[in-house]
Design a protein around this ligand. Sequence first.
Ligand SMILES: NC(=O)c1ccc[n+]([C@@H]2O[C@H](COP(=O)([O-])OP(=O)(O)OC[C@H]3O[C@@H](n4cnc5c(N)ncnc54)[C@H](OP(=O)(O)O)[C@@H]3O)[C@@H](O)[C@H]2O)c1
Length: 340
Amino acid sequence: MKILLIGGTVFLGRALVDEALRRGHEVTLFNRGQAGPTPSGAEAVQGDREDEAALRALARGRTWDCVIDTCGFEPRTVRRSVRALAGHVETYAFVSSFHAYADWPAQGVDESFPRHACASDASPDDVPYNALKAGCERAVEEGSPGRALIVNPGIIVGPGENVGRLPWWLETIARGGRVLAPGSPDRAIQLIDARDIAVFTLDRLAEGGTGRYLTTGVRESTTMGELLRACVDATGAETELVWADERFLQDHGVAPWTEVPLWVPESPEAVGAWAASSVKALAAGLRCRPIAETVADTWRALGDGGHPRPKYLQGKTPVGLDRDKHDAVLAAWDDRGSRA
Ligand SMILES: NC(=O)c1ccc[n+]([C@@H]2O[C@H](COP(=O)([O-])OP(=O)(O)OC[C@H]3O[C@@H](n4cnc5c(N)ncnc54)[C@H](OP(=O)(O)O)[C@@H]3O)[C@@H](O)[C@H]2O)c1
């Protein structure tokens, strides 16, 4: 296949490029040349997707079997890309998110659930990320009727992860000693490796597939305990996981999700957080590798020296609990019996 990727130099985009090149596809990347190097074997065209003229110049006199748009966050921007590439690509594949579904995380959503209401020309000034992703999907569907492939990933992990969730856990656990872990080790979680999304997306495109697919880990297939034990195994650290009550952590000011990545406290409002359905994607061929493999490969990719923070996250609040705060909350947890 001849594939155009908007993005393609970091994490999921990079996994898509690596897999496409491995399969012998002809790959063109369109990005600003800021986030990372172009993998060897791919053609690089520099430009800003906000600039419709740059996209039109890229497309002039050329065609591709598909475009994979990995970095669409604003419906207006995506609409411009769809318009500029009309007649030049057969299928428009868009990487959205399970956040696009209005009932996530309150319910275990599937593809039939309603998406957030968001017009295909909404502005990020008044609409949050979740709804914007739904608006981006509409921009693609309206501009490429019958030729749109929408992929709705759950939380993505794997080598090169640029948000820092699994990297934070690995680096924290690698320090050794006692590490706070949230809630119960038996809590089911649902993650997907970027490389599994890449394989699935390229398989669908090779078959001329369209429509929408929730792509996340198999429900109930992994627990928080398995994830963190896999981190202990991968790093080889002498680490004891100290499972602390969720209420206690929150009462001590620990923020789920941001300070303790991948922690969603159990609550009636979030019963669907880790229960999105990937049944349709699994029936169409999605295969999810074991979490231990993802964790080990992510650790290897980090190397001993850590990993550079991606440009777009620089200056933003880092993911993960500050070490001093971690130690203070752990001490309070150890002390709770003596205060009772
Ligand atoms: N992480 C998760 O858990 C998660 C979960 C669900 C869905 N998702 C979705 O998965 C996708 C992640 O994609 P990703 O890992 O490839 O990272 P990304 O941050 O979405 O994309 C980064 C790539 O896009 C390029 N890019 C950014 N702005 C550009 C612009 N204005 N013009 C041209 N190129 C531009 C960057 O290169 P330059 O900066 O050099 O231009 C880089 O190659 C996102 O769409 C996200 O919403 C993520």
